[in-house]
Write a protein of this length. Structure first.
Length: 180
């Protein structure tokens, strides 16, 4: 199950903005200590993490950033370890190829959580077919388009107008005039 609790608490616990929203950067700047009753009193000293604790924290960061649970991350790890190449690069490649992440990277959503919601509501088509699965793996050459019914949506028009200053990654080609 995905984490649905207080996001600010999770960000403060990680000490890193896993959601990407500016709101959580402000929270981290204001309260740089972890959540809890005694955290502010003990903010001067940090507990020493074991190697397992460091690895667990990194795994939780990845799960939080991509909005996946441990079971999905485990299946991605298994799939990437069976593939040819380095496991960490293959794992990163599989995470970046997810449809919700591609929509976020293209600048069609402000956060990964919003892109996941857009995909689950069926706003996007992949190669002309409506896709509602956030974990759909996009292949090279796939064409992602916005459904005609949602182009005029107020939530979507604000994103397309703010897209002018966004620079998408080099591996992703975004044709914004055809989306508007």
């Amino acid at each position: 199950m995905r984490y649905t609790g207080p996001k600010a608490r999770r960000v403060r616990r990680q000490g890193f903005n896993v959601y990407g929203s500016e709101k959580y950067d402000k929270i981290l700047a204001k309260k740089s200590y972890p959540p809890g009753m005694q955290a502010a009193a003990n903010s001067g000293r940090k507990p020493k993490l074991s190697e397992y604790g460091k690895q667990l924290l990194e795994k939780q960061k990845v799960c939080g950033m991509y909005g996946i649970n441990d079971r999905k991350l485990r299946s991605i790890f298994t799939r990437s370890s069976l593939a040819k190449g380095q496991t960490d690069r293959m794992m990163r490649l599989l995470l970046e190829r997810r449809l919700d992440n591609v929509v976020f990277r293209a600048g069609l959503a402000l956060t990964r959580l919003q892109s996941r919601q857009f995909v689950s509501h069926g706003i996007f088509k992949v190669n002309g077919k409506r896709e509602k699965t956030a974990s759909f793996l996009v292949e090279a050459g796939d064409k992602i388009t916005v459904r005609d019914q949602t182009k005029a949506s107020p939530a979507f028009t604000t994103i397309t107008t703010s897209h002018e200053r966004y620079v998408s990654p080099q591996w992703l080609i975004v044709d914004m005039p055809s989306l508007a």
